[in-house]
Design a protein around this ligand. Structure first.
Ligand SMILES: Cc1cc2nc3c(=O)[nH]c(=O)nc-3n(C[C@H](O)[C@H](O)[C@H](O)COP(=O)(O)O)c2cc1C
Length: 221
């Protein structure tokens, strides 16, 4: 989108809602509460903009990004986010060689962006992986019965077994996918939040240090 149309959208939004983030005083605590609320909603509401998130890994010396579905969020002990993936997908090897990851969320109606950095873990056979597999529906399980993403093919392919293209697997058939199913979780070590506003944007930084203490800063947007 061109920068003029972003400005026009912000003006329209401002006049329609007639509220500005600068109208009342705020704190890092208030902003963090808002972020936590939207991460909670992103997990449970498939129409919430935080349900689909951009997840970045490091592939050699290049960034690698892709959209994933937010499946879990923990506010503490430790703060974490998680999504599901196929064990054979390239992001697994990328995380094994460099577990530094980041997440990008954007809420277009509430006008704010959240960038999160953390360290990823791959869960293939622990309690979390079992819990998430048990909560995964048969249609979704079908992806794990099929081929891993990012494999080259001579012709266009959906990667699913022929006999499952037009239907969901039975529970028994779906169990073949369990060995390919992993949960990727990451700690939440820092959050950079940018709130857009026609009177001027606002950017806040939250960093949990090695002792687990939260350090906060304001940044120029
Ligand atoms: C809306 C949407 C949701 C997606 N959700 C996931 C997901 O939850 N997990 C996943 O591994 N890939 C998901 N994908 C596919 C990835 O974006 C990506 O194409 C695939 O995982 C291969 O990534 P990799 O080669 O970087 O490992 C999704 C794609 C879209 C467009």
């Amino acid at each position: 989108m061109k920068s003029e149309s972003i400005c026009v959208n912000l003006w329209i939004n401002f006049f329609m809602t007639e509220k500005s983030i600068w109208e009342k005083s705020t704190s890092h605590g208030e902003i963090l509460k808002k972020i936590w609320k939207h991460l909670d909603l992103g997990v449970i509401d498939r129409d919430h903009p935080f349900h689909q998130v951009v997840f970045a890994t490091v592939a050699g010396n290049k960034p690698a990004i892709r959209t994933v579905i937010l499946r879990r969020f923990w506010r503490k002990n430790p703060r974490r986010l998680a999504f599901h993936a196929h064990l054979g997908s390239p992001k697994i090897a990328e995380i094994k060689s460099n577990p530094n990851v980041s997440w990008l969320f954007y809420h277009p109606a509430e006008n704010f962006q959240v960038r999160i950095e953390g360290i990823a873990t791959i869960h293939s056979s622990d309690e979390l992986a079992d819990e998430q597999w048990n909560a995964t529906g048969l249609f979704s399980r079908r992806c794990y019965v099929g081929e891993a993403p990012s494999q080259a093919s001579e012709k266009p392919t959906c990667g699913l077994p022929e006999n499952l293209i037009d239907r969901k697997p039975t529970k028994e058939e779906s169990e073949a996918g369990r060995k390919n199913f992993v949960v990727i979780s990451s700690t939440i070590d820092s959050i950079d939040c940018m709130e857009l506003d026609v009177k001027g944007h606002r950017r806040s930084l939250f960093v949990w240090n090695e002792k687990g203490e939260l350090e906060t800063k304001w940044l120029t947007p």
